[in-house]
Design a binder for this molecule. Structure first.
Ligand SMILES: C[S@@+](CC[C@H](N)C(=O)[O-])C[C@H]1O[C@@H](n2cnc3c(N)ncnc32)[C@H](O)[C@@H]1O
Length: 198
């Protein structure tokens, strides 16, 4: 964590994302293409990486779920935004090798949320939630999103023990689009001198 800097974190719950490296392409690997799109939307600026941002995916696909994939902007190196680069990176880390700024470990969604809720406010993204523009966001925020199918009810209920539902409007956006919108809203709040609230 960066001292004196407000952290933003995104957590994608991937129902079917593969937990090994025996696959041919991201889409057929339980929609790891959504993990890739969300990682890029979370961490990349036009010519740089957001050092204050961490992206997490909980992969619940075969053969050994759950796997917590963590990508930290502070230490992320040797990356580009194209799909082939991320295909190589995800294959590498899911086969147990290392890449700067990216880790994998055996950890459930519930355990991750419990840890995160100690230091940050948890927001669950859902169309029917409270309008994000009416929510005073905390300085350290964790945003939880579902994949193409959405969050399983039990998972959503668990996250809501620690946080609240927020909405970006009635239209159902792609998870990566939601992250881009959230980054934009948080950037505007920072630049207007309101930090992350108001
Ligand atoms: C592609 S959407 C999933 C849509 C899926 N049909 C469903 O019923 O949830 C992926 C995730 O993006 C988030 N999301 C999409 N649109 C949203 C919106 N307008 N407001 C808040 N979150 C949204 C939710 O977390 C959702 O689980």
């Amino acid at each position: 964590m960066l001292l004196g800097v407000f952290m933003r974190e995104f957590v994608l719950y991937s129902r079917l994302g593969r937990t090994d490296s025996n696959w041919v392409n991201l889409h057929d690997a339980g929609r790891l293409d959504i993990v890739y799109e969300c990682a890029v939307a979370s961490l990349f600026l036009s010519h740089g990486i957001r050092k204050d941002t961490t992206f997490h995916a909980i992969l619940n696909g075969p053969p050994s779920p759950p796997i917590h994939l963590k990508v930290e902007g502070l230490t992320l190196h040797d990356v580009r935004t194209d799909q082939q680069t991320w295909t190589n990176i995800l294959k590498k880390v899911l086969s147990g090798k290392t890449h700067p700024g990216i880790t994998t470990e055996k950890l459930s969604f519930e355990a991750l949320i419990r840890v995160k809720a100690k230091r940050s406010s948890v927001y669950v993204l859902e169309e029917g939630g409270r309008d994000i523009y009416e929510v005073e966001m905390a300085e350290n925020s964790v945003f939880v999103l579902g994949d193409h199918v959405g969050l399983p009810k039990k998972v959503e209920a668990y996250a809501l023990r620690y946080g609240q539902k927020v909405s970006l409007g009635k239209k159902p956006y792609l998870a990566a689009t939601c992250i881009a919108i959230l980054n934009h809203i948080l950037d505007r709040r920072e630049f207007s001198g309101k930090s992350h609230s108001g």
